[in-house]
Design a protein around this ligand. Structure first.
Ligand code: PLP
Length: 373
């Protein structure tokens, strides 16, 4: 049997990794500025993380959500304290798309409405509702397109109000910072207006922090840069440093009912061992602060060049927009300089390094980038 061929692959086979370094099957060392697509938060194979998973699997790896699992409460408690939402509750699932799917469903249950407002250049995942609120017709099948969704331009508060005024909307969904759409940072003024419009019209504000959350931007959630609170916050990627896990933070205004949400694997013992270790490491090693400081250093170190149009981002969520397609530059970074990077569209190199990146790592990248330019 062959694999279903949907991914464009680089010809590299990672075999082991540590911190911000990856080694391939031939023993070559790479600097990881991509974190396997923003997933590696506390660094590859952090000893405390490895030990937590090993210890857990020796005791119990999985049981269903029909029994007590104190590891879930432990994570909820720690997360509530560190993220600034101690009065919210946590629903655990398995991925970013599933978190958004659950968030949309919750908003619809809560309001009794079925329409959602999303933004152009958004990405929220591949499952039915999540892909319907994603602004990329190429990945939306006719089956997904039946959801009731309206798209507005990021920053267009008048368009948002025009839509919400109809009274048909369950939710507005927005990324803390748009990732796949090109590191687009909404203005503080717009986000504050969006918050008050959602409150005014009784619509749930869902903040998708799957990529921009968990400390990546130098605050726990990117939307905390704008001084607002969300009704529902979705998480994934860095929450368990590569062990599949997602989560939804839910306002106390939204009441749970038995059976309202559910999942077989969500919150399982192994995922919880991983996620508890991640939150402990983030706290003990001040990784949110490190993301802020090293991210600023990285942004400020990028050389001025006629080939570079703009550098934008916060913390370790950074886009370098070029005046030319970046495919060749990325290939050179990977195969000549042994540096993993990400991409957004054709013109942007996207950097999503582990939160433990050091200034010395940044210097290696900057030297290589200068040589390539
Ligand atoms: C902002 C955002 N939301 C949701 C998702 C989907 O997450 P997953 O691939 O874990 O389903 C992604 C993935 O890239 C994302 O960047």
């Amino acid at each position: 049997m062959e694999l279903f061929d949907v991914y464009s692959l680089f010809d590299v086979t990672p075999k082991r990794a540590k911190g911000c370094k990856v080694w391939d099957s031939e023993g070559n060392e790479y600097l990881d500025l991509y974190g396997g697509h923003a997933v590696i938060s506390v660094g590859h194979s952090h000893p405390k993380y490895v030990q937590a998973i090993k210890d857990q699997v020796e005791k119990i790896g999985f049981y269903s959500n029909s029994v007590q699992n104190p590891l879930q409460q432990s994570l909820a408690h720690k997360l509530g304290e560190v993220c600034g939402y101690p009065d919210y509750s946590l629903f655990l699932d398995n991925s970013g798309a599933e978190s958004n799917e659950n968030a949309l469903k919750l908003a619809s249950f809560h309001t009794g409405k079925d329409r959602v407002l999303a933004f152009r250049k958004s990405f929220h995942g591949r499952t039915s509702g999540a892909v319907a609120v994603t602004d990329n017709p190429g990945i939306v099948s006719p089956y997904n397109a039946c959801h009731k969704v309206t798209f507005a331009d990021l920053g267009d508060a008048a368009a948002v109000e025009n839509a919400l005024r109809s009274g048909d909307y369950a939710a507005v969904i927005i990324e803390g910072i748009q990732g796949c759409g090109g590191i687009n940072i909404p203005s503080e003024e717009f986000m504050q207006e969006l918050r008050s419009l959602c409150s005014k019209y009784g619509v749930c504000l869902i903040l998708d922090e799957v990529q921009s959350g968990y400390g990546r931007t130098g605050k726990f959630f990117a939307h905390q840069w704008y001084g607002i609170k969300a009704d529902i916050i979705t998480m994934g990627k860095g929450i368990a440093n590569g062990f599949p896990c997602g989560g939804v933070l839910i306002s106390p205004e939204i009441a749970p009912k038995k059976g309202m949400l559910g999942t077989t694997f969500g919150g399982n013992h192994l995922a919880m061992a991983a996620a508890n270790a991640v939150i402990d490491i983030i706290n003990e090693e001040n990784m949110v602060q490190n993301a802020l400081e090293v991210g600023e250093y990285l942004k400020n170190s990028i050389p001025a060049s006629p080939r570079i149009k703009e550098v934008r981002g916060k913390g370790l969520m950074i886009g370098i927009e070029f005046n030319e397609p970046v495919a060749e530059i990325r290939k050179k970074l990977l195969f000549e300089k042994h540096i993993f990077t990400g991409v957004s569209g054709q013109y942007m190199v996207r950097l999503l390094a582990p939160l433990c990146l050091t200034k010395a790592d940044v210097d290696v990248f900057i030297k290589s980038l200068k040589e390539i330019l």
